[in-house]
Write a protein that binds this ligand. Structure first.
Ligand code: NI
Length: 133
């Protein structure tokens, strides 16, 4: 982990957005309009509520979506944690030294207004996403 990164959200794999979003909305969360992310081939929305960690729902577009395998094995489940970093290249370089493997290279993400995101995996930490400021 990096000492200067900031927690951004928990990503949760779901078979479809609306059923799970309704549960959060009933608890006072605000939902963003779902967007299609062609890179991950998923539909994404965010749920937020004052004082609570932001939640991202990721639903597969079809069976080729990377979250489909997770859903097949686990059902609805937390899938990644995401942290905001100042400089994505510097963060990736530092994380690689700490035995994180790059799962997906930094790419602009539609769900983040084209800010770049990168996915990495570490055996002790699991799957993480970093998003540049
Ligand atoms: Ni995410």
């Amino acid at each position: 982990m990096l000492s200067n990164w900031k927690f951004d959200h928990i990503g949760v794999a779901v078979p479809e957005i609306e059923g799970t979003a309704a549960v959060y909305k009933a608890a006072g969360y605000t939902q963003t309009e779902p967007v299609y992310d062609p890179i991950q081939n998923v539909h994404i929305c965010f749920l937020s509520k004052e004082g609570m960690p932001k939640v991202e729902l990721l639903a597969p577009h079809d069976s080729t979506s990377p979250v489909q395998q997770t859903l097949d094995k686990m059902g609805v489940t937390p899938y990644h944690t995401c942290y905001e970093v100042e400089n994505i290249e510097a963060a990736v370089a530092e994380l690689r030294k700490m035995r994180y493997i790059v799962v997906r290279k930094p790419e602009p993400a539609i769900a983040f207004d084209n800010r770049r995101v990168c996915f990495l995996y570490n055996k002790q930490v699991g799957l993480i996403e970093i998003v540049e400021q």
